[in-house]
Design a protein around this ligand. Sequence first.
Ligand SMILES: O=C(O)CCC(=O)C(=O)O
Ligand SMILES: [Fe+2]
Length: 347
Amino acid sequence: MSLVPRDLSLFTRGSAAERKEVADALCRDLSRSGFVKLVNHGLTDKMVGELFDWVRMTIPGGREQSLTGTQNKRFFRTPLEVKQRMAHEPGPSPQRGWSRLGAESSSKLYGKQFGQKDEQERSDAREHFDMGPVNDPNFPNKWPEEEALPGYRAFMESSFTEFQKISTAILKALEVALEIPEGSFAGKVSNSASELRFNRYPAINIEEVRKGSVSRIWPHFDLGVITLLFQDQIGGLEMEDRSKPGSAFIPIEATGQSEMIVNISETLQRWTNNCIRAGLHQVTLPPPLKGFSQGVIPERYSVAFFCKADREASVGPLTSFISAKTPAAYDDMTAIEYQQQRLLAAY
Ligand SMILES: O=C(O)CCC(=O)C(=O)O
Ligand SMILES: [Fe+2]
């Protein structure tokens, strides 16, 4: 099953009929698999290209030597001391700054929920950078010094705003499709506790992955409302095959870095009282390497925006989704309480 790209501009700029049609298609896809692909989402190819330019260690096609000055500055390439000064401290607080290779375990995040034992220690072969809202007084962002990476902070802050706008449009489309009051979802992400993340998966031996204690990212759900993701051309992202729960995954084809992949995260599942379920996903061997037991999986990058609920918003089911037949399946608690409880499990 491959995901059919949906055109978000038909919702943001279309006629009333086009808006409804594309909203329904989005909602159908997301309800079926937890995932949808979007084109004309609002970030141009150039903007997505610039995002990847900030993360890639090297430029494909051997253009590396021609780079000078600021073009040569890339986030993951900054010296270790610079990254260490902006390192995230493991714990329940939202992630900020740099997380070293293996710092977070997506396996723990998901495994504990389902009773997996701690001794099954499994790590992610991944380093990442996270930022939250601009000028967040409670959980301030951690930046590299401006001279170490000129322009990085300004670029990231403006990208964050764009991702937030796109998330709001998607949530409005879901409100239209589900015929629930305007603002039911989009009105709860306005103060934004969202996060923008860069992931880097270094090249790794297939044997290492086959041993079963390391993966690029273990099966997990994201914590927020929805996640917007761009992946490079390497591939390896997979979503759960819902016809074989817990035992099979379907590759999400890497058909162009500007194609946005959207998945439902835990908060939306809670708000909709399981009407739209979160998409379980992982990153593993890219499809062309599936049958191999030896060799190297090339380095891979992705950019993820986790649209999260306002910290004081409830993550309990909304009244539109509660009835005598479908009583509330989740407790009422604030988004920040929920996030801290879940993050404690990830370290
Ligand atoms: O790298 C990817 O494609 C997925 C990353 C991801 O699932 C995450 O950061 O939560
Ligand atoms: Fe994820």
